[in-house]
Design a binder for this molecule. Structure first.
Ligand code: 6PG
Length: 242
């Protein structure tokens, strides 16, 4: 059953990052303790960078059982993993290269698999293998981190795109004419199967869409993230939460 979101407003990005990193660490550790392992999907863009750095440093780093954490990405740009625009590179540099997580626990989106459709299909196979999913089952992530665009998009679920209406596939390609690279993204059913979702959002340009999402405005993509049996948290700075 979907409960009301928890909204935490920080003074600035630094405090937002500290509060979000603490919540992320606690959530991962609790999941690993409860079920043996924790599955986390990271978000891209620039907002989570500082939170990743805080998770990679004491004290938070040492509260997470990295060998029992499996990391995925909620979306990815179809670029090589060392590309400046790669969400994998953002997380690798800020977090994964700095913590004792086994390489086999890091499930990078295989952007080398071909075009966006091929990448999405391969990543979906990877998901199904990891979660040992039967044909129509959904992966239930312990935590999915998300950002928010000024247009209200989250992951790479952009307004007006067919990806929003996908109900069968777990991962789909998406092409947006105002974005430089093709993308692949989790679909809404995957986001809404999560045990916990945390939006990290900073900046005044996001405020209208934050307000829309929290008000349940269906024209705001992020308002459609309502986990069936999970929690939603919004880590905002004052500008985004105004
Ligand atoms: C991406 C992200 C995207 C991002 C928002 C916010 O691949 O771009 O997944 O959903 O979270 O666009 O990006 P910023 O954090 O850079 O504002």
């Amino acid at each position: 059953m979907s409960s009301a979101p928890t909204v935490v407003v920080a003074r600035d990005l630094e405090e937002l990052s500290q509060q979000a990193a603490s919540y992320i660490a606690q959530t991962i550790a609790a999941a690993a303790s409860a079920r043996g392992r924790a599955s986390v999907a990271l978000s891209g863009g620039s907002t989570p960078r500082r939170a990743y750095e805080l998770l990679a440093a004491p004290p938070l780093r040492d509260t997470i059982p990295w060998e029992r954490v499996d990391v995925f990405w909620g979306d990815e740009r179809c670029v090589p993993p060392d590309h400046a625009e790669s969400n994998y590179r953002l997380a690798h540099e800020g977090l994964l290269a700095r913590v004792p997580i086994p390489a086999s626990n890091v499930h990078r989106v295989p952007t080398e698999a071909g075009d966006a459709a091929a990448v999405a299909a391969q990543y979906e196979r990877d998901l199904r293998d990891y979660f040992r999913l039967q044909s129509d089952a959904l992966p239930r992530f312990d935590l999915i981190l998300l950002g928010l665009g000024p247009d209200g998009h989250t992951a790479s679920l952009f307004p007006g795109t067919a990806a929003l209406d996908e109900t069968r596939r777990l991962v789909v390609p998406n092409r947006i004419d105002y974005m430089p690279h093709d993308r692949v993204t989790f679909t809404l059913p995957v986001l809404n199967a999560a045990r916990a979702v945390d939006f990290l959002v900073a900046g005044a340009d996001k405020a209208p869409k934050v307000a829309g999402a929290l008000a349940g405005d269906p024209t705001v993509v992020a308002s459609r993230v309502r986990p069936t049996d999970g929690t939603v948290r919004w880590d905002l700075d004052r500008a985004a939460g105004q």
